[in-house]
Design a protein around this ligand. Structure first.
Ligand SMILES: [Zn+2]
Length: 184
């Protein structure tokens, strides 16, 4: 189970140019993959077009396709991490219906300042391994304590990362003209 954070305002159509996989044989494909600024060079454009598949549905034979970069106003965490994040922010997670809620931007900003200035230890989790009881396996052997699940835990560094990510969401939501951030 996981919780998705975002805002209701739609993402503006922001695209970046990237090399298309179909033009991989082009000499400077790798260089342009690492540094898309090379795509401004007409010689590189010609090289990519020369190697691209004219029928390619991603780049229509140009060797260059448009891609949306990862959305800064969207992230997803597991339920345990979401609970820690809400704890640190001092925000109720949404109550009986599960983790579903909305927070106006000014409140979100205040919550973030609170979270960054409080001890985070109460919200952290040590890594743990959960094992189950003995199980008869199909091959006639008995697994005495089979692995049930592995929890990587949540370090202070992890939680600070998610607080920063939440801050990034708040600022991106403001940039898009949204009045609040939401989760569900
Ligand atoms: Zn292509």
């Amino acid at each position: 189970m996981s919780v998705t954070f975002g805002c209701r305002e739609e993402r503006p159509g922001e695209y970046v140019r990237v090399v298309c996989l179909c033009a991989q044989e082009a000499d400077r494909w790798g260089a342009a993959f690492r540094d898309p600024r090379l795509l401004d060079d007409p010689a590189v454009q010609a090289e990519l077009r020369g190697e691209a598949d004219p029928e390619c549905e991603h780049c229509e034979g140009s060797g260059v396709e448009l891609e949306q970069p990862p959305d800064p106003a969207w992230f997803n965490v597991c339920n345990e991490t979401a609970r820690a994040l809400f704890g640190a922010l001092g925000v109720p997670s949404g109550g009986a219906l599960g983790m579903l809620g909305e927070l106006p931007l000014p409140e979100a900003r205040r919550a973030l300042i609170r979270a960054r200035n409080r001890p985070l230890a109460p919200f952290l989790r040590a890594p743990s391994i959960v094992r189950g009881g003995p199980v008869f396996r199909g091959d006639g052997l008995i697994a005495l304590s089979p692995l049930r699940s592995v929890d990587d835990g949540l370090s202070e560094e992890d939680l600070r990362h998610w607080l920063d990510r939440f801050g990034q969401l708040v600022e991106e939501a403001a940039r898009r003209g949204a009045g609040s951030v939401c989760w569900g």
